[in-house]
Design a protein around this ligand. Structure first.
Ligand code: ZN
Length: 381
């Protein structure tokens, strides 16, 4: 099979996926299309819907090791379509870039992985192990009925995953520069500080929660949680929303509401974060209610066979030396990591994801597909 075949097949498949307007949690027929393609090269297909979410588990072979390619067919909303230079579901190609919602996050990755598997299986009849696709339509939404559900189903059947590549757009400046081998944890909190509402002219009859919280907040944002480690950057805290006041200029507010989120390195535990912040509030004598949301556990795949295989393929195909990192938001890799020996995320550049005029460079797309094929060849033949 020639590079031209790889190019045409991947671009055609991506176009068909982008033209299905699968705004989360919709799948809009994307998984049926993928199932048909994979069935055509010998995969057995299992649809694993959960609630309104569609999930696909497709497996080729029954032997170990099992290498999983994972991704999602849902996309984030387009925003105001008139801000786009093309219709966001038209998959138009301009200057060697395909434009459309999901082109880089992550229908491009899905298309590139599927055509990689198709080429591998048409070139090799002796696969040593199995390949599976884990595709969900609930990655951009609550992420409860998607990958998590499939992983729990597999766990209940006693299935194990040896290695998993999530085809999320991990690259930063150029294709292949970043392989994500873990993610930080995410811990959020809504804090309500209570005071006593009153007239600004009679402060002795009121208690102002804004004034009481101010020195606490100064200390909160200056806490150094850890130094990070070889695999993770230091833990960070950001205040995202703060609200107090009735809108009137002559009323001392009765409450102040503050939202903050920590992206944490595993050197710091969620329990330690919670108790440190609650003690700090206590030491400032705040009347405070905390509502914590532990939204993602951290995970790490230490450098090993999978990271080495991807690094090698990247260098062979592009000449780029990939860096391993754990930055970025959370992803479905966190669920797969509970069942898999090794999980990494690798895909095209992410400069336009979730933006107006999201696009993917067609050379990058095809090259990514060749890298996926080479990794599979390395691991399974
Ligand atoms: Zn994504």
């Amino acid at each position: 099979m020639t590079t031209q075949d790889a190019t045409d097949a991947t671009i055609d498949l991506l176009k068909e996926l982008v033209q299905r307007p699968s705004v989360t949690p919709e799948d809009s027929g994307c998984q049926d299309l993928l199932a048909e393609r994979l069935e055509g090269v010998g995969f057995s297909i299992e649809h694993m819907p959960c609630g309104e979410v569609k999930n696909l588990w497709a497996r080729y072979g029954s032997e170990a090791p099992l290498v999983v390619l994972a991704g999602h067919t849902d996309v984030v909303p387009t925003g105001d379509e008139s801000d786009w230079k093309v219709n966001p579901f038209s998959a138009e190609i301009i200057d060697n870039k395909m434009y459309g919602r999901g082109t880089s996050d992550m229908k491009g990755g899905v298309a590139a992985m599927v055509t990689a598997a198709e080429r591998l299986l048409s070139n090799h009849t002796n696969i040593k192990g199995s390949i599976a696709f884990l595709i969900t339509s609930d990655e951009e939404g609550p992420a409860i009925d998607g990958t998590r559900h499939v992983v729990e189903t597999l766990r209940s059947r006693g299935e194990k995953i040896d290695q998993c590549i999530v085809g999320e757009p991990s690259s930063s400046e150029q294709l292949g520069d970043v392989i994500r081998h873990g993610r930080r944890g995410s811990l959020g909190c809504r804090l309500v500080v209570r005071g006593i509402q009153g007239h600004v002219a009679y402060p002795h009859l009121a208690r102002n929660p804004v004034h009481e919280a101010a020195p606490f907040l100064t200390e909160l944002v200056s806490i150094v949680w850890d130094e990070g480690n070889d695999y993770f950057p230091p833990t960070t805290l950001q205040i995202s929303n703060i609200h107090g006041g009735t809108g009137a200029t002559n009323v001392v507010p009765g409450t102040l509401t503050i939202d903050f989120n920590l992206r944490y390195c595993p050197d710091t535990t969620p329990d330690h974060i919670r108790s440190t912040i609650e003690q700090l509030a206590h030491s400032h004598e705040l009347e405070a209610d905390f509502t914590w949301v532990d939204s993602a556990n951290p995970f790490i795949t230490k450098p090993g066979p999978l990271t080495a295989a991807v690094e090698r393929a990247v260098t062979q195909v592009t000449g780029v030396t990939a860096k391993l990192n754990t930055a970025g938001g959370t992803s479905d890799g966190r669920f797969i990591a509970t069942l898999a020996e090794e999980v990494i995320e690798f895909g095209t550049t992410n400069a336009t994801i979730h933006q107006v005029n999201e696009c993917v460079d067609l050379d990058e797309l095809t090259t990514a597909s060749i890298i996926y094929e080479r990794v599979l060849t390395d691991l399974l033949t």
